[in-house]
Design a protein around this ligand. Structure first.
Ligand code: NAP
Length: 365
């Protein structure tokens, strides 16, 4: 990074990833200059952040995001908003040659082919913030020699609960994640394991691996953040305490590494044991659905993402049960006619159509 400060903007600065990113930046004050901060609805917090970090400008809601992502003064933009909002600004930033630290996995789930092709065309780096993909990014040296990717999953709050417990779970129980403190949407996705489904698709696009070469293993301690297996059988994993500060810092400072916010040194003896098990696809059929939709490609993953997101919102509003999220998403996927190589307009049109269809379906239940 040399002596110059890296110029950064954060989309979703008021969220879980955004606030943790600002904690990292506070520790590394001399390394960063903040160009813009953007939040969704939390005006008060955005104002507090502006007073403290003195960005050149802020914006609230979707309108200002295009302006931020067209501002070539940025060296890097952290896309940390939730859901479909991330896609358009990410594409704008890429077209303007600005590197991306990507937390918003929905961007790749919706339009991974287009986003990765545009990034290649404009010579833009996409550095993953998701801890699993950040782990793989750190492990990979010679990508041609990698046999497969191994993504770990904590298993969420229902890992060792019965299917019935899961079916009757309250919103409070679904939001009680044992390892990670995250935004509500991703926390519910972690309870159904749809989060892992989205991550499989994200990994396929980021690293260019076929779905048959991406495995998922449940690892409740969340110490091994993911691994890769080389063709010769060697397995390289990335380990660390479960803190999002580390992958956020890695992504926004890449390729440099700094002490930053590291709270304590890693100790194998304190951790004592690491467990691994196969995911139970009967209890968590979202993972199977994600593989199927990922293999179909095109708008199949757009449909799955839109239906899931609307069903998660309905669950959080108390309109449906936790397990209905999967059932509704599956129904929408079964009824969807896939467009194989969609344009960006077709992606947004599919997203809109499926959201409306899902909302109507839930209303009439
Ligand atoms: N949290 C984690 O540990 C974690 C880990 C890996 C990946 N991710 C991914 O990172 C993304 C963010 O997750 P999160 O947990 O940080 O979510 P979150 O806490 O819900 O934060 C979402 C952010 O997006 C903003 N936002 C919402 N609507 C907006 C709009 N219309 N225009 C502009 N901004 C808007 C929110 O602003 P307001 O709050 O002001 O409304 C907030 O700043 C997700 O895609 C998630 O899958 C998160």
């Amino acid at each position: 990074m040399g002596s110059n400060k890296r110029k950064i903007s954060i989309i979703g600065s008021t969220g879980s990833i955004g606030t943790q990113a600002l904690e990292v930046i506070e520790k590394l004050k001399d390394k960063f200059e903040i160009i813009a901060l953007a939040g969704g609805h939390n005006k008060e917090l955005l104002q507090k952040q502006a007073d403290k970090f003195k960005p050149k400008y802020t914006c609230l809601g979707e309108e200002g995001l295009e302006k931020i992502c067209s501002d070539k003064e940025n060296d890097i933009i952290l896309v940390a908003c939730s859901g479909k909002i991330g896609l358009r600004p990410t594409l704008t930033a890429i077209k303007n040659g600005i590197d991306i630290a990507l937390a918003n996995k929905e961007t790749l789930v919706m339009a991974g082919d287009i986003v990765m092709a545009e990034a290649k065309k404009h010579g833009v780096k996409i550095i993953p913030v998701d801890s699993e993909h950040c782990a793989i990014h750190q492990c990979i040296k010679n990508i041609d020699q990698v046999e497969k990717l191994i993504i770990t999953a904590s298993g969420g709050p229902f890992l060792h609960k019965s299917l019935d417990d899961m079916k009757n779970a309250t919103v409070e129980q679904a939001l009680a994640h044992p390892r990670w403190n995250m935004g509500k949407k991703i926390t519910v996705d972690s309870a159904t394991l749809m989060n892992k489904g989205l991550e499989i698709i994200e990994a396929h696009h980021l690293f260019g691996f076929d779905y048959d070469k991406i495995d998922v293993v449940v690892h409740p301690q969340s110490i091994v953040h993911s691994a890769i297996e080389y063709k010769d059988g060697s397995v390289i994993a990335q380990l660390g305490l479960p803190s999002m500060h580390i992958p956020i810092q890695y992504a926004i400072t890449y390729p440099e590494r700094y002490e930053g916010i590291k709270s304590k040194s890693f100790s194998f003896s304190e951790i004592a044991r690491l467990d691994f098990e196969k995911p139970d696809l009967e209890k968590f059929p979202t993972v199977k659905l994600a593989y199927e939709m990922g293999k179909l490609g095109g708008t199949a993953t757009v449909c799955m993402n839109a239906a899931n997101e609307e069903a998660v919102f309905a669950f959080l509003d108390g309109k449906i049960k936790l397990y209905n999220i999967y059932e509704i998403t599956k129904k929408m996927c079964d009824e969807h006619t896939v467009i194989k190589q969609p344009t960006i307009d077709e992606i947004f049109a599919t997203d809109k159509e499926i959201r409306e269809k899902t909302k109507n379906y839930i209303q009439n239940l």
